[in-house]
Design a protein around this ligand. Structure first.
Ligand SMILES: Cc1cc2nc3c(=O)[nH]c(=O)nc-3n(C[C@H](O)[C@H](O)[C@H](O)COP(=O)(O)O)c2cc1C
Length: 328
């Protein structure tokens, strides 16, 4: 890796490229995390909602397939940990390299994560959350822009990555210069990876691009729909959280492909909330049938940069080579 692309983050985690796989719930399984670790990036399993059976199976697989790379960790959603943290405790006993937390207050879990020897990565959506990350002892902060796939804060509160990253880099330089910074949202090729470094990030948290890989657990039909969708084709709303019965607190909502079912409800949210039953049945039927005009495909605006479904190693090598050529 050339000097401009290498960073404190890549040196600290012994990476060939300054990339972490986003811990995407139900998509970043053991095979994808291990493929990323073997390709020289940080492989974070998507522990998401803290399901112990899923997390222990996929984390165990990641450890087995990654061999001794030492680049496996796991991510969790904090407001779900507040209900049940047994999956976090299970993972901590396996000495992960890092634990990434998002969407809540990390303080309650920081001491036990640090006691296990894992580094704490905390993902924030607004500048005002940075003190909370630093106070909890996070060694890495991921700043997530509203263009990201999956959950983020809603459009009243979300930031765009192009100005959020340099603003966060300036804040950290002034207040916590040893804390490393990752950019999250829209990073899917060598240009966007190089841009993250130029903007002052130590690396990138990559979700959508690695979701569209051979190893990801995303449904084949969802991946095919993503290939046919441009960056115009996603939207952020609460609709699929309501349809899935996921009780996300405000102000979080969710970016995915804006399919037919989404379009039907996007101006009628109060009506949907008042009587979600029939729409939920339609969503469930779509899911069972693998029909992604009704079931959801979770990707961000970066979907417009995704035109194939290669292995994770191919994606990482391509992004790294292109970023090196630009920065070199
Ligand atoms: C399918 C999918 C599932 C996600 N699940 C989680 C999750 O469980 N926990 C989390 O912290 N972030 C989750 N995210 C958000 C990522 O951590 C990250 O912020 C995002 O993927 C970065 O933007 P990008 O998708 O443009 O790369 C998810 C993203 C996607 C695409």
């Amino acid at each position: 890796m050339n000097l401009a692309l290498a960073s404190r983050f890549s040196r600290r985690f012994d990476l060939a490229s300054p990339i972490a796989l986003a811990p995407m719930a139900l998509a970043s399984g053991g095979a994808l995390a291990a493929a990323c670790a073997r390709a020289g990036t940080l492989g974070l399993v998507g522990g998401g909602y803290g399901d112990l059976a899923w997390t222990s199976r996929e984390y165990g697989l990641a450890q087995e397939l990654a061999g001794g790379t030492g680049r496996i960790g796991c991510g969790f959603i904090v407001w779900k940990l507040d209900q049940d943290a047994s999956a976090l405790d299970w993972v901590l006993e396996r000495r992960p390299r890092a634990i990434m937390l998002s969407f809540g207050d990390p303080q309650r879990y920081a001491a036990r994560i640090q006691a296990s020897g894992a580094e704490l990565i905390f993902q924030v959506q607004r500048l005002e959350e940075l003190p909370r990350a630093v106070d909890a002892g996070a060694t890495v902060v991921a700043v997530q822009g509203g263009e990201a796939g999956g959950h983020c804060v809603d459009s009243l509160n979300s930031r765009a990555i192009i100005s959020f990253v340099p603003e966060a880099a300036d804040w950290l330089a002034a207040h916590a210069p040893d804390t490393m910074l990752l950019a999250a949202g829209g990073i899917a090729d060598g240009r966007t990876l190089a841009a993250a470094r130029v903007l002052g990030a130590d690396g990138a948290l990559v979700g959508s691009r690695l979701w569209a890989s051979a190893e990801s657990l995303a449904a084949p039909g969802a991946k095919q729909q993503a290939l046919a969708t441009t960056g115009d084709g996603t939207a952020r709303s609460r609709i699929f959280d309501v349809l899935r019965g996921k009780d996300w607190p405000q102000p979080y909502d969710f970016r995915c492909i804006r399919n037919d079912l989404h379009r039907r409800w996007e101006h009628r949210l109060p009506e949907l909330l008042a009587d979600p039953g029939p729409a939920r049945a339609e969503y469930e039927a779509g899911l069972q049938a693998g029909d992604f005009t009704r079931a959801h495909a979770t990707v961000g605006e970066a979907v417009g940069l995704i035109n194939d479904l290669p292995t994770a190693a191919d994606i990482v090598q391509r992004m790294t080579r292109q970023a090196q050529a630009i920065l070199g």
